[in-house]
Design a protein around this ligand. Structure first.
Ligand SMILES: [Zn+2]
Length: 58
């Protein structure tokens, strides 16, 4: 149960994803399903602030 600091464990940044990226769209949908934050930089919304580059609480 140790905390790992691996780059592979980094959360997906919605800001870096394109809406038409096909296979990733299902993951994207789950990330933005119940948005609690929005990105001041990109204007996108997400359920978790970890998925945004400049998160701001809704
Ligand atoms: Zn952003």
């Amino acid at each position: 149960m140790s905390e790992r600091k691996s780059s592979k464990d980094q959360p997906t940044k919605i800001c870096e994803m394109t809406p038409s990226s096909g296979s990733e769209s299902n993951e994207l949908k789950s990330l933005i399903k119940d948005p609690a934050y929005f990105c001041k930089n990109c204007g996108r919304s997400a359920a978790s602030e970890e998925n945004l580059c400049q998160p701001e609480r809704l």
